[in-house]
Write a protein that binds this ligand. Sequence first.
Ligand SMILES: [Zn+2]
Length: 64
Amino acid sequence: MMSEIPITCHFCFETFHALLEIGGDFSGMITEIYDCEVCCNPNKLSIVVSDGSISSIQADSGNE
Ligand SMILES: [Zn+2]
């Protein structure tokens, strides 16, 4: 299922949305880089999924 996830940007603290495909019974961690729609900086998202639903989202700098 495609989910639109609200992300608070690590750099400018504006909210943007990341589109993510999550399987209905998926459990685990997804790590993806998404560019902020407001300031274009790369956010490294660590998304913890439990049985297809998101239990936590962390945004860090994607500049490494
Ligand atoms: Zn931003």
